[in-house]
Design a protein around this ligand. Structure first.
Ligand code: HDE
Length: 707
């Protein structure tokens, strides 16, 4: 492998090596395998004449190209996938007969697709949106799909409203704007008229909708399912994923800039992390409720707009998933993968959650058109590892060559095979739930408490998280042109928290509600706040080191090594690509030039000491870089003369050490400074701690910094 190639291009190089060695790729052929002599000119009647119809190579090439696109997913169109494996921690035999949840030694292969929901296939990654988190487990008993999101609840309680929801949030029908955004009239019109959406709105306007990375967000099955054990005993369950790196988010201004600077930000992050060996890891958790406790909660456990608070129903962490391989081909795998919540294995069953029941229909239905017919289970990414044997035949794109003469059951000619299996032989057994009911278009009364859990979420947020939610309302509703729509949303939120409604109203030109809403409870569920997440690692964080000619070489090497040793990825950023010279004449390779990068793609920035600081202070790019990182509450480190750039960038309200001083480094609001005679080890320690905290929200209290 070419040593100079960035490490995250490893799989590209591997693929190149593989195809270069493949003898079958030597000659260009048609799809019939006929070798082609020339592919630059079509076959013509004379050098300046018309193209001839008999040019089968030309016609085949163009025809195939003309048909290259398949419909994008109606929702979740933009996604990124990865392969990996899942392992259970201990046998779950007491609760489920699912084979992949029995043996801690066994690694079950998985394919995961992360997605945004609203945007089209080519839209930006960092929009405010729910993220899909869909996992296909290729178990020995067949494929099990856990088609989840990064938020634990949903907008609506019954799937029959899904088309209305999606029509309201997608670009407006008359002019197809805005792209990948909820900030427009039709969505908020829908919201103001649908109280059941309130809880989900709190989540979507929170930092959860702006994940720093797919590797740093939770996943939830959302709907209520059942575990069934070998004795046929059932329990209600909800599924969870939690990332070992913690749950971290971007800030709103940053997401919008990223949408332009690197619309592939989350996709690139996932790809590069896997290429570099920073394999994303998630623990798998279940909440379980005994059948006899079904009605013992103040919410309906079949209502997908409600969480099961951890305080009431603890999560048991039962296994771990590791994503360790990028797809070989985006279209073949990530685009053609087809998930379906109805794909379950023995031991996992459905509940009567009306959102889930509708989902059981929709996925296969949409895939029939998206993937062009009933045989998409034969596409390699969708094929189970367990053998398929049935009497389904023919249809578009059939790959299987079914041998024998019979394709029906019962039969004698084929010895009655394939025959139905008994439960002992591993067949799926639907849970025999007793149903005694009238057919009605109705829902149970408990579904109608729309505000208690919205309030629970609000109460559980830290102060900075609350401020972010209020600002998100200001942005979203600030883009709504209809006054009545804005006002209805304020009135709706008044049911959650009167002060919240007042704060929203003041930002969007709406008078506060006539009567301050009665607060629906003071209960908290502390783990809903991201403040409580993992904050003791800097693994896989990207740190920019700004360096120009005259930087202090030994210092940079020491800091860079300390960051690398802790698992972070420092990159040298300078005016030009190539190398940059230190104060004592040594050289170091530049990873990114100013024009090809920006502060918003980094988690932290470090400005080394040395004479180069004079040049940095006079470069708009460097000033903006630091200033913007400060604005986005990112950790910033500077040593010696480097502190001058922090001052030049307009950072205020933070105490810096004296540039020429000695002693310990000082850390304040995530700004870590150390004098030129100071202790670099103390600097790296404090800088790492500041990076591990991810963001330093104290800075938001005073918005003095532009950018
Ligand atoms: Fe989906 N959803 N959804 N959804 N959903 C689809 O299926 C649908 C819901 C989710 O990476 C579609 O193949 C209905 C909840 C993910 O390929 C479609 C309802 C949750 C993905 C569909 C819901 C999800 C989809 C579009 C009831 C979280 C992307 C393309 C209101 C638990 C999977 C496709 C991938 C995709 C229907 C609600 C998650 C149209 C009717 C709740 C992660 O079938």
């Amino acid at each position: 492998m070419d040593e100079r190639r960035p490490i995250h291009e490893k799989s590209k190089q591997e693929q190149l090596d593989k195809v270069r060695e493949d003898p079958e790729r030597e000659f260009l052929t048609t799809n019939q395998g006929v070798r082609v002599s020339h592919t630059d000119d079509s076959l013509k009647a004379g050098e300046r004449g018309p193209t001839l119809l008999e040019d089968f190579h030309f016609r085949e090439k163009l025809t195939h190209f003309d048909h290259e696109r398949i419909p994008e997913r109606v929702v979740h169109a933009r996604g990124s996938g990865a392969h990996g494996y899942f392992q259970v921690y201990e046998p779950m035999t007491e609760y489920t007969r699912a084979a992949f949840l029995q043996d801690p030694e066994k690694k079950t292969p998985v394919f995961v697709r992360f997605s945004t929901v609203v945007g089209f296939r080519g839209s930006a990654d960092t929009v405010r949106d729910v993220r899909g988190f869909a996992t296909k487990f290729y178990t020995e008993e067949g494929n099990y799909d856990l088609v989840g999101n990064n938020m634990p609840i949903f907008f609506i309680v019954d799937a029959i409203k899904f088309p209305d929801l999606v029509h309201s949030i997608k670009p407006e029908q008359h002019h197809q704007m805005p792209q990948a955004s909820a900030a427009h009239d039709t969505f908020w019109d829908f919201v103001g008229n649908l109280p059941e959406i309130t809880h989900m709105i709190m989540w979507v306007l929170s930092d959860r909708a702006l994940p720093r990375s797919y590797r740093m967000m939770q996943g939830f099955g959302v709907n209520t399912f059942r575990f069934i054990n070998a004795e046929g005993k059932a329990r209600f369950v909800k599924f969870h994923w939690r990332p070992l790196l913690g749950i971290h988010s971007l800030v709103w201004d940053e997401t919008q800039k990223l949408a332009g600077k690197d619309p592939d930000f989350n996709r690139r992050d996932l790809w590069e992390a896997i290429e570099m060996g920073d394999y994303p890891e998630y623990e798998f958790g279940v909440q379980m409720i005994e059948e006899e406790d079904e009605h013992n909660f103040d919410f309906d456990i079949l209502d997908a707009t409600k969480i099961w608070p951890e305080e009431d129903v603890p999560i048991r962490w039962i296994g771990k998933m590791v994503l360790n391989r990028n797809p070989d081909n985006f279209f073949a795998e990530t685009e053609q993968v087809a998930f379906c919540p109805a794909n379950v294995v023995p031991g996992i069953d459905f509940s009567n959650d009306p959102l889930l029941q509708g989902r059981l229909f929709s996925y296969l239905d949409t895939q029939l058109i998206r993937l062009g017919g009933p045989n998409f289970h034969e596409i390699p990414i969708n094929r189970p590892l367990a053998p398929i044997a049935n009497n389904q035949r023919e249809g578009y794109h059939r790959m299987t060559i079914n041998r024998g003469v019979e394709s029906y059951f019962p039969n004698s000619l084929g010895e009655n095979k394939p025959r139905p299996a008994s439960v002992k032989e591993g067949s799926y057994a639907h849970y025999q739930e007793k149903i005694d009911a009238k057919k009605v278009r109705a829902r149970s009364e408990k579904f109608n408490d729309h505000f208690s859990q919205a309030k629970l979420f609000w109460n559980s947020m830290s102060d900075p998280e609350k401020e972010h939610i209020i600002k998100a309302f200001h942005f979203e509703l600030g883009k709504v042109s209809d006054f009545g729509v804005r006002k209805r949303v304020v009135d709706l939120m008044n049911n959650v928290d009167g002060d919240l409604a007042i704060r929203i109203a003041e930002g969007i030109g709406v008078p506060p509600p006539a009567e301050k809403g009665a607060s629906s409870g003071t209960k908290k569920s502390p783990n809903l706040s991201q403040e409580r997440t993992v904050m003791d690692t800097i693994k896989s964080r990207k740190v920019a080191i700004l360096a120009m000619e005259g930087y202090n070489h030994d210092e940079v090497m020491q800091v860079r090594k300390a960051l690398k040793d802790a698992g972070a990825h420092p990159q040298i950023v300078s005016q030009f690509l190539g190398t940059v010279k230190s104060a004592d004449g040594r050289e170091m390779e530049v990873d990114r030039s100013y024009v090809t990068t920006t502060s918003v793609v980094y988690d932290a920035v470090y400005v080394p000491g040395g004479k180069h600081a004079e040049a940095l202070k006079n470069q708009g790019y460097a000033i903006h870089f630091v200033n913007e990182a400060f604005k986005h509450c990112k950790p910033i480190g500077a040593i010696g003369e480097g502190i001058g750039l922090l001052k030049a960038s307009g950072i205020k309200g933070v105490a810096f050490v004296d540039a020429g001083s000695g002693g310990e480094a000082v850390s304040e609001m995530g700004v870590v400074t150390c004098g030129s005679q100071g202790d670099v080890t103390s600097f790296t320690g404090q800088f790492k701690a500041a990076i591990a905290r991810h963001r330093h929200w104290d800075r938001e209290k005073k918005e003095q910094v532009p950018a």
